[in-house]
Design a protein around this ligand. Structure first.
Ligand code: UD1
Length: 359
C-alpha cells in the first residue's frame, strides 16, 4: 500500500510524527504487508523553528517533496499548493492521501486527491467550531466532504458528522482518539526547558496567540495584551510568539509585559506545559495539550472545537475581553476530575490497523 501524507503547518508535523512511527512499527512487524509512506511538505510553515526543528527532534521521515509554498493570501496559497500536490499525485499514484487537521495544506491535499479519485484519509475529522468566518472551519468542512476515511478524535466529532448525514454515506467514520495524545504521552519524557529560560524559576502562565481572529483585529489583540499585562503583575507570563503575532505587536508598537520567546520546539512546549501554572491560548492544539497535562486553560476565542475540555471544567472560553480573561484567571477550579477524553494514547496504531484492513 502506498500513502502520500501531506503536511505543511506546525501541528501537522506533531501528528505526522506519531502516525509515521506507527507505520514504521507496522512495517517491522509485517514484512509481507508493507505500507510505503511518502511525505509531501507544502512549505506553509517555513521558518526553521516552525518546521525543521520538528522533523529533527521527533525524527519524522524527511519529506520526499518540499513544495516551498507558504505565505500569501489564503486563496493564492491553497491554489498553488493544489497545483503542485496534483503533480506529485499524478507521478506517485498512491492508494491513499493522508491529511491532518484544518489548514490550507489539508484542504489542498484533500482536493488534489479527490479530483484524481484517490481516496482521502482525514485525521482529526468531524471537528466543528460552527464559525464559518474561520479559515480552519472552511478547510475542515470541505475536507470531510471529500474524504473516504474519517478518523475522529472524539465522540463529539463523530456526532457532528452524523448530524451532517455522513452516517448515510459510503465514507467510513472511526473514533480512534487523538493522535496528539499519543504524541504527548510518547514524547513527554523528552521535554526540555527552553534555553532562554535557564535562569527562570518563577511559576508562570503559558500564553500563545496566533489566530487570525485575534491578530488581525487590533481591538481584540489590544484587549488580550492588556489582560496579559495585568496578569503579569501577579505571575510571570511566558509567551512563545508566532511570527505573525510578533509582526503585528511590533508594527503596532504594543507593549507586552511578558517573557517573549521565539516559537518553541515540540519538546520545549512539552516542558512549558508540564511546568506552567495555567495556559492561556487561542490555539486548538494547546487547549487539548493543557488537558493532557492536567492544566487549567483559558481560551481566547469565542468558540472551541474541543467542547469536552469546557464541559469537564478544565477550559474556560472567554474570547478577547480583558475583564473576562482576568475573571477567568480568578475562577480557575482546582481538583477537577480528569476523564480520558482523547483515547488511550494508541490512536496512531488504531489508524494503521484500519488502513491495513481496507486492503
Ligand atoms: C496555520 C493554520 C492554523 C494552525 C496554524 C498552526 C491555516 C488557515 N491556518 O495558521 O489552523 O493553527 O497554522 O501554527 O492554514 N509565517 C512565518 N513563518 C512561518 C509560518 C508563517 O513568518 O514559518 C507568517 C507568514 O507571514 C504567514 C503568517 O505567518 O503569512 C501566517 O501563516 P499561515 O500559515 O498563513 O497561518 P497560521 O497563522 O500559521
Amino acid at each position: 500500500m502506498k500513502i502520500i501524507t501531506v503536511v505543511g503547518a506546525r501541528p501537522q508535523f506533531v501528528k505526522a510524527a506519531v502516525v509515521s512511527r506507527a507505520i514504521i512499527e507496522h512495517n517491522k512487524e509485517h514484512p509481507d504487508n508493507q505500507i510505503e509512506e511518502k511525505i509531501v511538505h507544502t512549505g506553509q510553515h517555513y521558518d526553521k523553528n516552525m518546521s525543521d526543528v520538528f522533523f529533527e527532534e521527533m525524527e519524522i521521515p524527511r519529506p520526499c517533496y518540499t513544495l516551498g509554498i507558504g505565505g500569501g493570501s489564503h486563496g493564492a496559497m491553497t491554489g498553488r499548493q493544489l497545483e503542485k500536490i496534483e503533480e506529485v499525485l499524478l507521478k506517485e499514484k498512491p492508494d491513499y492521501v493522508l491529511v491532518y487537521g484544518d489548514t490550507n495544506s489539508t484542504l489542498a491535499g484533500a482536493l488534489a486527491a479527490a479530483k484524481l479519485h484517490i481516496p482521502v484519509v482525514h485525521v482529526e475529522a468531524g471537528l466543528r467550531s460552527f464559525n464559518m468566518d474561520m479559515p480552519e472551519e472552511i478547510n475542515r468542512i470541505l475536507t470531510d466532504q471529500i474524504s473516504s476515511l474519517l478518523f475522529c478524535p472524539t465522540e463529539t466529532a463523530v456526532e457532528n458528522l452524523e448530524n451532517e448525514g455522513f452516517d448515510k454515506r459510503p465514507s467510513k467514520i472511526h473514533n480512534i482518539g487523538d493522535v496528539m495524545y499519543d504524541a504527548a504521552k510518547f514524547y513527554e519524557a523528552k521535554s526540555v526547558k527552553p534555553d532562554a529560560l535557564k535562569d527562570q524559576t518563577n511559576s508562570f502562565a503559558l500564553v500563545t496567540i496566533h489566530r487570525a481572529d485575534n491578530t488581525d483585529d487590533l481591538g481584540r489583540l489590544k484587549e488580550i495584551v492588556s489582560a496579559l499585562n495585568e496578569l503579569s503583575k501577579k505571575m510571570t507570563v511566558i509567551c512563545p510568539l508566532h511570527p505573525r503575532t510578533h509582526n503585528v505587536i511590533k508594527s503596532e508598537g504594543l507593549n507586552l509585559d511578558a517573557i517573549v520567546l521565539e516559537p518553541v520546539s515540540y519538546f520545549e512546549i512539552l516542558w512549558l506545559l508540564k511546568n506552567c501554572e495555567l495556559v492561556l491560548t487561542d490555539s486548538g492544539g494547546l487547549q487539548k495539550e493543557a488537558y493532557f497535562f492536567k492544566k487549567n486553560c483559558i481560551t481566547l476565542r469565542d468558540q472551541t472545537e474541543w467542547v469536552e475540555t469546557v464541559a469537564s471544567g478544565w477550559n474556560q472560553l472567554v474570547g478577547a475581553n480583558a475583564q473576562k480573561i482576568l475573571l477567568a484567571v480568578e475562577n480557575v477550579t482546582e481538583n477537577l476530575e480528569w476523564p480520558e477524553l482523547y483515547g488511550d494514547g494508541t490512536s496512531a496504531k488504531k489508524l494503521v490497523n484500519v488502513l491495513i484492513e481496507k486492503v
